[in-house]
Design a protein around this ligand. Structure first.
Ligand SMILES: [Zn+2]
Length: 252
């Protein structure tokens, strides 16, 4: 049986038979990999504690017809700080669910998505505002996947809208099309009004950098939540199925 090595993060797992588990792993080079770990639920298994959800491991895998098999693995990062804090863990599980929801095998962009997931989880460990980390992660994830919401130009006719402050304090936004609308298109397309302060939160993540601490302090938590709700709706419309972890994030 041919074998291969790859680094991956365990998105989730479920039990198989008496002592095995099936893992959904997001890998650096092969995208989504489904693999069985034999005997992992036996007390003295060499895999015990290494392949839980969120674990990042260097895997040695054997190709199978439907499922690959984990022959061996070495844990690279357990993200222990995330496991010790409920709010951080909840956001981390959200990241995993989003990646799993959009992932497929033999993905061409798996390296970028893997790096984004790893770096976002690592930064989340030291976060004092997990909602901002979630917005950062989701914005970048949508950019890689080509599903980024459109805020600079009208999503329907592409005319420049220009969010000049003081001119308007809210903008018509189409959830289905995923962007703001100009004044000509807004009477023709179903939309809702988005506050400029909410859009400003999302703008802060347009660049590659995380907003500076000063800007983070200026952003009001009400607007941060509304921005995250907007991204939730945007993802749910485009995902294979509804992203359930948002319920827990919003309940905290
Ligand atoms: Zn338009």
């Amino acid at each position: 049986m041919p074998t291969y090595n790859d680094c991956g993060i365990v998105l989730n797992s479920y039990d198989l038979g008496e002592s095995d588990k099936i893992l959904n792993i997001y890998t650096k080079e092969n995208g989504l990999v489904r693999a069985v770990v034999k005997g992992v639920r036996k007390p003295l298994s060499k895999f015990s504690g290494k392949v839980d959800q969120l674990s990042c491991c260097y895997f040695h895998l054997a190709n199978g017809k439907n499922l690959d098999t984990v022959c061996d693995c070495e844990q690279v990062n357990s993200f222990s700080l995330l496991r010790a804090n409920l709010a951080l863990l909840t956001s981390a599980v959200l990241f995993l669910e989003i990646v799993g929801n959009f992932a497929h095998e033999d993905e061409t962009d798996s390296l970028h998505i893997y790096d984004l997931l790893y770096e976002s989880l690592d930064r989340l460990q030291r976060s004092s505002n997990p909602d901002l980390d979630s917005i950062s992660f989701i914005s970048k994830f949508l950019s890689i996947n080509g599903y980024k919401p459109q805020f600079e130009t009208c999503v329907s006719c592409a005319v420049e809208v220009g969010l000049a402050p003081a001119l308007l304090d809210n903008f018509p936004y189409s959830s289905i099309l995923g962007g703001i609308l100009c004044s000509n298109c807004s009477p023709l397309i179903d939309n809702k009004s988005i506050d400029l302060d909410v859009l400003k939160v999302l703008f802060e993540f347009e660049s590659d950098d995380f907003p500076s601490r000063n800007i983070q302090e200026e952003l009001k938590s009400k607007n941060i939540r509304s921005a995250l709700e907007l991204l939730r709706e945007h993802l749910d419309i485009r995902a294979k199925k509804k992203i359930k972890s948002f319920d827990l994030v919003f309940s905290l």
